[in-house]
Design a protein around this ligand. Structure first.
Ligand code: F6P
Length: 550
């Protein structure tokens, strides 16, 4: 596709047709759409793998969906999707292929980058990870003093932390409860301090996860961890080889740090950081849940990959979810998107999606470097549902903002106390269904009056409704289902980036802060005069030094 000659998105006939349709749509209410089409609930539902995806409570008609699909066709989503799966270098600003889908391809698949099939290498690393996990889980791998490893601490940040940390929480019920697994990411020394303060170094394995192995936060924490370990084990450098492994693309830096390259689990530059969790970056999770469950997770990802690649547009869940987001951002001025899991195990899911979505699509120039004049990625936010109900749902129900939301729930609980009331999970899910119902249909002033509310309170107790939601329902939160869910969002983000004509796979926006932090540091530690420091920052640095007692 010649991106350079692509017509500006908001001047395409498909976009203009959507704009006209939006005007006609006006204030159409979901109450009306359901009245007109009683089959809408069942009809506007997709089934993909284990996921039931209900999109009936969206501000769309058949015509809207058709126009959105025409936009996708006109902007070349399918062509870019094929280019991604084929291993073409669609991350143009970094001249890289985007092949997280190869990480979960079956062993006999062929995916070529620069003429080389990458799948055998992927499976070789998976096998090496599995063998290592078995050694740790069985106790065959011992620490420097001969003690069994009982604690695993993953040190990484961003994509080298959020995926395994989220999935470890999500799949705790599948984890070996005899192992303590922790995640350290923040360069605030408190994070590592709290993670190791009750651990025995002789029983602790550090997994240093960094694609580049140059990320300052991770290398600083890894260096502190190495110091803590050596201090606890008598100072013999040989201990490092038994207690440190690395997950990286950079063998040179790993060796420089003192980790035996034999204990490095490799991945590749065609895996973006935020798309890396099913690569070697998942080692901590694999140790926790075991290689079999990890492979189930990969199979879930792959199922969704296949769906995304082959399902017709009308039934393609990531395409649909991506297009719905574009509809609200462009034509309803929605600025944010809430993801609200009704599963305590998914407490880190939205935090994970924040990097996936916002680092990918938080862009304001198109692939050719021209400023875009349409909305790109939304602010993604949310926490587990019932807690949110008692905090910020008020604003979603009765505030002034349009906030499309995804509700994710499960028919069966993964775990609860035997003493729990039989209906405890039903209570959770009753809230789940009640919320999307209230958001969609609200409560009219007449209904409020009929309940006998005084006239002065009627406006306060009226719910306008018409708040769009997607409901994603599965039987149970298993590794396979988690894989399906994550891949669903990965591809949704892809669709949006493709339509918006932005590069969803670079992240230049995080660089400036890194460079400035390096420049400011000597001012904090040594009081060095940093040339070009602005007056505000200089005054703040001076205050900081005084408060710090320097
Ligand atoms: O935040 C920028 C970023 O480059 C992310 O994209 C990445 O996931 C994270 O830093 C960590 O990078 P690395 O794995 O190289 O340490």
């Amino acid at each position: 596709m010649n991106e350079g000659s692509r017509t500006k998105l908001n001047r395409t006939p498909e976009w203009l047709a959507l704009g006209k349709h939006r005007e006609e749509f006006g204030q159409t209410h979901l109450r009306q759409l359901f009245e007109e089409n009683p089959g809408r609930g069942a009809g506007y539902t997709l089934r993909v793998g284990d996921l039931h995806i209900d999109y009936s409570k969206h501000l769309v008609t058949d015509e809207t969906l058709q126009l959105l699909r025409e936009l996708a066709a006109a902007t070349g989503v399918a062509e870019l999707r094929e280019a991604m799966f084929r291993g073409e270098k669609i991350n143009t600003t970094e001249d890289r292929a985007v092949l997280h889908t190869a990480l979960r391809a079956p062993a006999d698949a062929v995916v070529e980058v620069d003429g080389e099939n990458v799948v055998p290498g992927v499976h070789a690393v998976l096998d090496k990870m599995a063998a290592f996990c078995e050694q740790i889980r069985s106790g065959a791998w011992t620490g420097y003093t001969g003690k069994r490893i009982r604690n695993v601490v993953n040190v990484g940040i961003g994509g080298s932390d959020l995926g395994p940390a989220m999935a470890y929480e999500a799949l705790r019920a599948f984890a070996d409860r005899g192992l303590t697994v922790r995640f350290v990411s923040n360069v605030d020394g408190a994070d590592l301090h709290e993670a190791v303060r009750d651990l025995d170094p002789a029983e602790t394995l550090f997994i240093i996860a960094s694609k580049t192995f140059t990320t300052i936060e991770t290398i600083t924490n890894a260096t502190s961890a190495r110091g803590w370990l050596l201090a606890g084990l008598g100072g013999d450098q040989a201990a490092v080889a038994r207690h440190f492994v690395a997950l990286s693309t950079n063998a040179e830096k790993v060796t420089e740090f003192g980790i035996d390259p034999a204990n490095m689990f490799e991945f590749w530059d065609w895996v973006g950081g935020r798309y890396s969790f099913d690569s070697a970056i998942g080692l901590s999770l694999m140790i926790a849940i075991g290689p079999g469950a990890f492979r189930d997770l990969l199979a879930g990802f792959h199922l969704m990959d296949q769906h995304f690649r082959t399902a017709p547009a009308e039934e393609n869940a990531p395409l649909l979810m991506g297009l719905l987001g574009i509809w609200y951002g462009a034509f309803f001025d929605a600025q944010s998107h809430a993801v609200l899991p009704y599963s305590h195990y998914l407490s880190r899911f939205t935090a994970y999606l924040q990097q996936l979505d916002m680092e990918s699509n938080g862009k304001s120039v198109d692939r050719d470097g021209n400023p875009v004049d349409w909305q790109t990625g939304p602010v993604v936010w949310g926490t587990p549902g019932t807690n949110g109900q008692h905090a910020y749902y008020q604003l979603i129900h009765q505030g002034t903002k349009v906030i499309p939301a995804d509700f994710i729930g499960f028919a069966k609980p993964v775990a609860e106390l035997e003493a729990a009331p039989a209906a405890q999970h039903d209570l959770l899910m009753a809230n789940f269904f009640a919320q999307t119902q209230a958001l969609a249909f609200g409560k009219t002033a007449d209904e409020v009056r009929a309940e006998g509310a005084p006239e002065s309170l009627v406006p306060h107790k009226t719910f306008h409704g018409n708040h769009p939601t997607t409901t994603i329902l599965a039987t149970e939160l298993t590794p396979g289902v988690l894989g399906q869910l994550i891949a669903l969002y990965e591809h949704k983000v892809f669709v949006q980036g493709a339509v918006w004509n932005i590069d969803s796979f670079d992240q230049w926006g995080v660089e400036l802060g890194k460079v400035l932090a390096k420049r400011v540091e000597p001012a904090l530690t040594e009081g060095a005069d940093v040339p070009g420091l602005d007056a505000s920052t200089k005054a703040l640095v001076d205050t900081y030094r005084k408060l710090r007692g320097r």
